[in-house]
Write a protein that binds this ligand. Structure first.
Ligand SMILES: C[S@@+](CC[C@H](N)C(=O)[O-])C[C@H]1O[C@@H](n2cnc3c(N)ncnc32)[C@H](O)[C@@H]1O
Ligand code: SF4
Length: 451
């Protein structure tokens, strides 16, 4: 049987499974774990251990049809400015709750499009964050940037506030593909943005690409890959297009008849991975690539790669504080998500309290499975010995799952007394294999495809 037929028979194209940017996954979060849990877990943070901070900006000037991110379109800055006021109020509430002396090791602005903020609002927000979270000396600041909604003044403002990493959205450079996903983005504008970011001192630049978009063919993909590589990013994220119109209603504008089929998607992903390897990039986890000297590649080689809501990271801060609508905080003891809809989030803050609305408190078993799934997603290996050292007898709970994986996936995995390894040929099945260690897999949640 051909390799692809074998993977198909094992469910590669039919499975709908989480991307495991957290475990348990967000659909499992309960409204019973909200504000009081959030307050308790914030107050219990160890002030000696730096935290990561994430700020969500749920606005875009354009709404790309393919996009599944939680964001809303606006042509006016007035809702954005008023939202910054709400973020300031949330930060003040956090200051009242957090232990004194807590510092920030990382800051990430995501969205949506953080570069919708003009320089004055960039400075206002950065000041409000830094007032509550003093920075550690090795502090890192990363920002998601839409190259068509940024200019030198915004980049200068972000750099003055300490931005040293940036992630730009590209998706695809082909005009036909861009038209079909409602996202016009000339190569020249993207190049100018990259040059401005480099001139501003950005040391690590990521580019987001998507395969499986309408009208993508090997020839068009080859052209996009050449153009992306000519921009000399340090990292590339290559996401499979998640077509989930029941969640992201604007995807109904995408013509499904011109989407590449299963085999074509698989070939586009393989073609991209080959091009990146030939250009000297190291493959990281299921969907990232990084130059060998980039921090992400170093973390992967030394076993310190981690997974969080942004994907792969070398960030080892044990707590991440999510600020803004729909943001998720990760504490040593579990997750709390702010109210997801922007008006609901604003109402919580205007009522004078934090916006935690749903979450999950982790049992020791959850902690153990979360680490097992993270190992699979980051290292393609479940290191039983390392888990035993951390969780002891509790890991016996994985025995049945390990046997099930070995029986189902045969020589695509290697199971010994100390570890489960996914072979190179088995790697496309990684999310499916991870899902077999998920004790909370919801029966009714509709995840995106695994391939
Ligand atoms: C918040 S957006 C990017 C930042 C910025 N707004 C921009 O457009 O340049 C984060 C990334 O998620 C990815 N993404 C969004 N919707 C997706 C989908 N339906 N399937 C796969 N990836 C998607 C895209 O690669 C996108 O660049
Ligand atoms: S891809 Fe970026 S700009 Fe487009 S809708 Fe999504 S978040 Fe907004």
């Amino acid at each position: 049987m051909k390799q692809i037929d074998r993977l198909a028979a094992l469910g590669l194209f039919d499975s709908r499974v989480p991307r495991y940017t957290s475990y348990p996954t967000a659909p499992v979060f309960s409204p019973d774990v909200g504000l009081s849990s959030q307050r308790r877990q914030l107050a219990a943070l160890d002030p000696k251990v730096p935290v990561s901070v994430y700020i969500h900006i749920p606005f875009c000037e354009r709404l790309c049809w393919f996009c599944a991110c939680r964001t809303q379109g606006t042509q006016s800055l007035s809702p954005v400015e008023s939202y910054i006021g709400t973020l300031e109020a949330e930060l003040a509430l956090l200051a009242d709750t957090l232990p004194k002396g807590l510092r920030m090791g990382r800051l990430h602005w995501g969205g949506g499009t953080p570069t919708i903020l003009p320089p004055a609002l960039i400075h206002r927000l950065a000041r409000a964050v830094k007032d509550v979270f003093p920075q550690t000396p090795d502090w890192e600041f990363s920002v998601e940037i839409d190259p068509t909604l940024v200019d030198r003044d915004k980049i200068a403002a972000l750099a003055a506030e300490g931005m040293n990493r940036a992630s730009i959205g590209i998706q695809d450079f082909d005009p036909l593909v861009q038209e079909a996903i409602g996202r016009q983005q000339p190569y020249e504008a993207t190049l100018a943005c990259v040059e401005d970011l480099r001139a501003a001192g950005i040391t690590s630049l990521n580019a987001d690409l998507v395969y499986g978009l309408p009208h993508q063919t090997p020839a068009r993909m080859a052209d996009t890959l050449d153009k992306v590589l000519s921009l000399k990013p340090d990292r590339i994220a290559l996401f499979g297009y998640a077509h989930v119109p029941w969640v992201a209603k604007r995807q109904k504008l995408i013509d499904e008849t011109v989407l590449p089929d299963d085999q074509a998607r698989f070939a586009l992903a393989g073609q991209s991975a080959t091009a990146f390897a030939e250009a000297g990039f190291q493959a990281i986890g299921i969907d990232h690539f990084a130059l060998p000297d980039d921090g992400l590649a170093k973390a992967a080689r030394s076993g310190h790669l981690r997974r969080n809501f942004q994907g792969y990271t070398e960030d080892i801060c044990p707590a991440l504080i999510g600020i803004g609508a729909s943001s998720i905080s990760r504490f040593p003891g579990g997750y709390v998500q702010n109210a997801a809809a922007t008006p609901a989030y604003i109402k919580h803050i205007e009522d004078g309290h934090l916006a935690g609305a749903r979450g999950h408190e982790m049992t020791e078993e959850d902690q153990m499975r979360a680490r097992a799934i993270e190992m699979i997603m980051c290292d393609f290996t479940l290191d039983r010995s390392a888990l035993n050292l951390q969780f002891g007898a509790l890991t016996a709970g994985l025995d049945a799952d390990l046997e099930q994986v070995a029986a189902r996936f045969g020589d695509l995995v290697r199971l010994t007394d100390t570890k489960l390894e996914i072979t190179k040929a088995g790697r496309p099945m990684t999310r499916i294999i991870a899902s077999l260690f998920d004790a909370h897999m919801p029966a009714d949640a509709k995840f995106s495809r695994a391939s």
